[in-house]
Design a protein around this ligand. Structure first.
Ligand code: OSB
Ligand code: MG
Length: 369
């Protein structure tokens, strides 16, 4: 591969309803789409998942664009790239900025698979023909609205429900859910809003039969989570804290979690995500694929990654119509009986809905080798 042209677009897409977590709320989602064109005319697509505000990690949509334009594109464009694994190696001279890196790295993975005329899932070494899907439900204004969202999700076939919790909306919330839905496969995501001072409260959560509790403590912490896990029955799942293979190694060594949420963008791309997946498999640590409220291109990459053997738990990869009136890919991603079928088409396996992308674009810039 030899990238001769890259187009970065900033899109603005309205979500059907606001998504609220312990750190903030988003409805008009702005994000990047990157198109990487090879010398032979094929194009690969990547989606930038950094939000406008640095509340999930330190990156933003604007820092992603800056790092891509000033540092990452110059490292890649016009260079002979034999395999996408080379990209993360080349990027190792730039510290962190993982979401910026993943925006370009995933586009090159898509391009690579298209060049081989194979699905991205196959290029990654995935075996599954369909992947299990759960749903993540943001904090709702009332319990009634939450029940409605749970009803809708169960109706649509999602295999497990994840709810967001925060101080003041935790015990009472889970209690209420368990009264209505005693047996539903349920987990809670705290997005780092507790500390070890909340130990007693977190131990109380043990009685609700949660599949796991996601990221209860600090977004960078691995040590305190180990202390917490040793005093908790509920398995801890790390999300924010795992930004690299080394983080995953440390978490396994220390016993900081029993489950890992892998988001390819948080760790710098699909190559690193695959390495972490393989490491977890070796240590019998179950993994699942997280989501970042992506539109179709980002979701397609996540779904392809989820076909790897150790993605044994349902991911946060809800279908296109869950968040969007109209997606930027076609056909849209659909969930049937709790599964998404893997496309047999080359690359990400979906066509680009160019007219939708044009309409959602608020800014774009072209770069040439
Ligand atoms: O913590 O998993 C998270 C969305 C934005 C930022 C962080 C998270 C989430 C989700 C949504 O839980 C999952 C999805 O994309 O549907
Ligand atoms: Mg999370």
């Amino acid at each position: 591969m030899n990238i001769e042209q890259v187009k970065i677009r900033q899109l603005k897409m309205r979500m059907k309803s606001p998504f609220k977590t312990s750190f903030g709320s988003v409805q008009d989602k702005q994000f990047l789409i990157l198109e990487a064109r090879d010398r032979d005319g094929l194009t690969g697509y990547g989606e930038g998942v950094a939000f406008e505000v640095p509340w999930y990690t330190e990156e933003t949509m604007k820092t992603s664009w800056h790092v891509l334009e000033d540092f990452l594109l110059p490292l890649i464009m016009g260079k002979e790239i034999h395999h996408p694994d080379m990209v993360s190696e080349i990027f190792s001279s730039i510290r962190r900025n993982n979401m910026a890196k993943a925006t370009l790295e995933t586009a090159i993975w898509d391009l690579y698979a298209k060049k081989q005329s194979i699905p991205l899932a196959t290029a990654l070494g995935g075996q599954r023909e369909k992947v299990a899907v759960g749903v993540s439900i943001g904090i709702q204004p009332t319990h009634q609205q939450l029940y409605q969202k749970i009803e809708d999700a169960l109706e649509a076939g999602y295999q497990r429900i994840k709810v967001k919790i925060k101080p003041g909306e935790d015990i009472a919330l889970l209690n209420a859910i368990r009264n209505e839905y005693p047996d539903v496969p349920l987990m809670a995501d705290a997005n780092s809003c507790y500390t070890l001072n909340d130990l007693a409260l977190l131990q109380e959560l043990d009685q609700y039969g949660l599949l796991m509790i996601e990221q209860p403590l600090g977004a960078n912490d691995i040590v305190q989570h180990a202390k917490l896990q040793s005093q908790l029955k509920t398995p801890i799942c790390l999300d924010e804290s795992i930004t690299s293979y080394e983080d995953a190694e440390a978490a396994i060594d220390l016993g900081s979690c029993k489950v890992m949420n892998i988001k390819y963008a948080r760790v710098g791309g699909l190559t690193e995500a695959k390495r972490i997946h393989d490491l977890c498999a070796k240590h019998e640590m179950e993994v699942w694929c997280g989501g970042m409220l992506e539109a179709g291109i980002g979701r397609a990459h996540a779904i392809a990654l989820s076909t790897l053997a150790n993605f044994t738990l349902p991911g946060d990869t809800a279908g296109s119509t869950h968040y969007w009136k109209e997606d930027i890919i076609t056909p849209e991603i659909t969930v049937k009986n709790g599964y998404i079928s893997i496309s047999k088409e080359p690359g990400i396996g979906y066509e680009i809905n160019h007219s939708a992308i044009e309409r959602y674009t608020v800014k774009e810039k072209v770069y040439r080798a």
